[in-house]
Write a protein that binds this ligand. Structure first.
Ligand code: NAD
Length: 354
């Protein structure tokens, strides 16, 4: 076995159907008395349920969380936390809402209790992102790692199938790249393979029946493992491409991950054979790139960049931006090959077998 470094992050997880009722205990454990509750406008009703559960410990609700954490939103929410004298943030929602909690924690050190309602996995990472002047800056900071995560599968039952499917494939993307990360180690690889297996088996059941609690539990477990992989090891080409496309062309985050992932895998297929074998095995497929593409198709998720609003004349710029700064990837990066990858993703072509 090759040498490696593995650092466990200090996570506390409360998991199970109805686990949301444990929230007051989790807030009390932190010694907190005054919670600012975060959500999107769309999830206001869930936040009100949280406020009712917290009773006097609820200081107020900030319901304007948005995709990619605009700096103006972060500043407004930080100001509200200060004005209310909040000593904890309770984030109920997907990666965007949890991301807002992280932006508050970054400057105030307020602890976060996260109640994830999608499968994106942000609650398990010390990674934050804030968007200023259309540029999303990301970083790692232990202060933004939630202190407690409550996974309650009943919270995902209202998820529209498209968000369930694409946030789940976003999580699979973390696990895929963890398997060929330069920091890959036996622990994260074990988590990654299990994550791909549980998500790929449970997502089709959830898309068919959003009230399938057993499937939602499995998917949340898979999302947890995927997020833990993202938090523990470095990512490669796929995440770089999605960051570039998302930032420059303002494409929807989870849908973009879903469209690009089969093509990123096909690109790296021959350079990371052991990882690819594990991905294919977890998917129950003969080829890892086709396996992910077929999963997305089965889930009714978008398959092409064209479908999600990318303009064809942006592909050259995207290839240029994605190759500008060198970064780790199992297969060397060159502009022509990346343009080919992006062109296949643009058209939604099914990857050919290896
Ligand atoms: P999201 O948080 O943007 O949510 C998408 C929409 O779905 C929102 O309108 C939200 O209100 C709604 N929604 C969420 N849960 C719902 C539910 N149960 N029922 C009904 N509606 C619901 O989507 P996401 O995919 O979870 O997060 C994407 C964001 O997370 C991106 O900005 C991405 O960069 C970030 N992210 C960060 C990390 C990290 O480690 N920092 C990891 C993954 C994703």
């Amino acid at each position: 076995m090759k040498s490696f470094v593995y650092q466990n992050l200090p996570m506390r997880v409360v998991f199970g159907d109805g686990a949301i009722t444990q929230l007051p205990n989790e807030v009390e454990r932190l010694g907190a008395r005054s919670a600012l509750i975060l959500c999107t406008e769309h999830q206001r009703a869930s936040a009100e349920r949280v406020a009712a559960l917290l009773g006097e410990r609820s200081a107020g609700i900030y319901d304007r969380a948005q995709m990619h954490v605009p700096i103006e939103t972060a500043q407004e929410a930080r100001q509200m936390a200060r004005a209310l004298g909040a000593d904890v943030c309770v984030a109920i929602g997907g990666g965007s809402t949890i991301g807002l909690g992280k932006a508050i924690a970054l400057t105030s050190e307020l602890p976060i209790v996260a109640l994830p309602t999608t499968f994106a996995g942000s609650e398990m990472t010390p990674i934050y992102g804030i968007t200023e002047n259309r540029l999303k800056k990301t970083g790692r900071d232990p202060r933004v790692l939630p202190q407690s995560v409550i996974y309650d599968p009943s919270l995902t039952s209202t998820l529209p199938p498209l968000i369930a499917a694409t946030s789940g494939i976003n999580a699979i993307a973390h696990a895929v790249e963890a398997l060929y990360s330069p920091d890959a180690n036996p622990i994260t690889s074990l988590m990654a393979e299990e994550s791909i297996r549980t998500l790929s088996h449970s997502l089709p059941r959830i898309v068919e029946d959003s009230a399938d609690i057993e499937a939602a539990s499995n998917a949340l477990y898979g999302a947890w493992l995927a997020g833990a992989c993202l938090g523990a090891v470095g990512m490669a080409l796929h995440h770089k491409l999605c960051h570039t496309l998302g930032g420059t062309f303002n494409l929807p985050h989870a849908e973009m991950h879903t469209v690009v992932l089969p093509h990123s895998i096909a690109y790296n297929r021959e350079a990371a054979p052991e990882a690819m074998e594990r991905i294919a095995h977890a998917l129950g497929a003969t080829d890892p790139a086709q396996g992910i593409y077929d999963l997305a198709a089965k889930l009714g998720a978008p398959l092409s960049l064209a479908e999600i609003g990318m303009a064809e004349d942006g592909l050259e710029t995207a290839a240029q931006l994605a190759t500008e700064n060198p970064y780790y990837n199992p297969r060397p990066i060159d502009r022509a090959s990346i343009l080919e990858l992006l062109t296949n993703a643009y058209h939604g072509t099914r990857p050919s077998p290896n």
